[in-house]
Design a protein around this ligand. Structure first.
Ligand code: SAM
Length: 279
């Protein structure tokens, strides 16, 4: 690498670290241990959109102007999700986890990093079909208030429904998927009955603590954006929050292997990243 490139990279590193420290001190959002490549990419993207040349200029504007911060925040949190995303995981949940939950008098579930709610509504449909929804309470949390508001609204653009119906069937769906929603003027409205057992609330995995004991914790496609130190910290939080015999379900590119708590879980379904707390 040329000496100048190396110097630019060093400078960028300092500027990013000052920006993230400033955000933490000013707004309480802690991105200091998010993984570097992704966070750098997003900051560079915001820099371009704001027409700024340097990260220090972005820092000045973000610290002084809450709207500028909100714009950057929307880049730093990635809300991508789908109804029945990774259908094989939902199929495995039906087959391998639902029978275990049937033995319990009630079931408490936490979706950490639920984004706009698609994963949560998918689970509500599945629990309904498996006769488990009535005894379930689902807590769905995210750092991003805008995403949570969309989740509460339960609306989906109609053009996504073809793909989602395919996902639902691949996830072992047992009904006509359209019985779960009404459509009007290009918007799909999920049936309000699906929401009755769901509580949507703000919770930051980095700075907030455990708030209940759960039989299942979903945290899918969230920790891919964290560095190892933060991932281990969040695994501590989930371990604390799970009942004995509770299930932890991660995203396809995430794993409990090689984390300090791995030996306290049994691998319930390796391919679908389903783990069970054993001690
Ligand atoms: C890619 S989405 C995943 C949504 C869903 N779990 C799925 O797999 O389809 C990642 C979500 O994690 C949330 N997130 C990021 N950092 C977080 C934090 N520190 N605490 C809580 N949620 C966070 C983001 O706001 C975003 O909604």
């Amino acid at each position: 690498m040329k000496e100048q490139d190396h110097r630019d990279e060093e400078l960028e590193k300092i500027e990013v670290s000052l920006l993230l420290e400033g955000i933490y001190q000013r707004y309480g959002y802690d991105f200091r241990n998010y993984s570097h490549p992704s966070i750098y990419r997003r900051i560079r993207h915001r820099l371009k959109l704001e027409g700024l040349a340097e990260i220090s200029a972005l820092q000045g504007s973000v610290l002084r102007d809450a709207d500028a911060f909100r714009r950057l925040l929307s880049d730093l949190v990635i809300p991508v999700t789908e109804l029945f995303r990774d259908p094989e995981m939902f199929l495995a949940f039906r087959r391998d986890v639902a029978p275990e939950l049937r033995r319990l008098p009630y079931v408490r579930i936490w979706h950490a990093g639920c984004s706009t709610g698609e994963e949560v509504y998918s689970l509500a449909v599945l629990l309904h079909e498996e006769g488990l929804l009535d005894k379930a309470r689902i807590y769905a949390t995210d750092i991003n208030e805008d995403a949570l508001q969309r989740a509460r609204d339960g609306m989906i653009p109609i053009d996504r429904m073809k793909q989602y119906t395919k996902n639902y069937l691949a996830a072992g769906g047992k009904r006509d998927f359209s019985s779960y929603y009404a459509s009007n003027h290009g918007i799909v409205m999920l049936k309000p009955a699906l929401r009755e057992k769901i509580v949507f609330a703000r919770h930051n995995l980095v700075t907030d603590s455990s708030f209940n004991e759960f039989h299942v914790v979903f945290c899918r496609n969230v920790m891919i954006y964290f560095n190892t130190q933060l991932t281990n910290q969040v695994h501590e939080l989930f371990y604390e929050s799970l009942a004995q015999g509770g299930f932890l379900i991660l995203g396809g590119r995430e794993s409990l292997s090689f984390t300090p708590l791995a030996e306290r879980y049994e691998t319930w379904n390796d391919a679908q990243r389903i783990y069970r707390k054993t001690m």
